[in-house]
Design a protein around this ligand. Sequence first.
Ligand code: THU
Length: 130
Amino acid sequence: MDYEKLMEKAKEASTKAYCKYSDFPVGACILTKDGNAYTGCNFENASYGLSICAERSAAGAAIVNGERLFKAVAIYSPKMENCIPCGACRQVLSEFEAPEGTDIITYTQNGLRIYKLSELLPEGFKLVLD
Ligand code: THU
């Protein structure tokens, strides 16, 4: 699936956002290494801190379908150009980074912008137990 199509799916997912507190809808679509796409949207809570971002919602959808390697993640908000994942989502996505890396795709009026997750989160936490 090409990244334009992935962004279309993220955009569609943003229309399902439950964001009555922030009025800031976000949609995300994850493309896995196997070539499957999983969408998510943010869903907020009356206890604000319990709100879930679109990226983590999409990650859950991918994981429950047995996917573990994320090739790309498209993120879209109608409220903002270049809507880029928050720090918490960067860490969560890094858990499932494909060996070739994970592309983070954002929308701008001048076209899609592509980052590497490793560029947005250079020193992600990895648990090493001895
Ligand atoms: N949000 C996301 O879903 N993804 C992002 O990348 C940034 C922020 C959500 C969280 C909250 O529901 C709303 O946007 C405003 O912060």
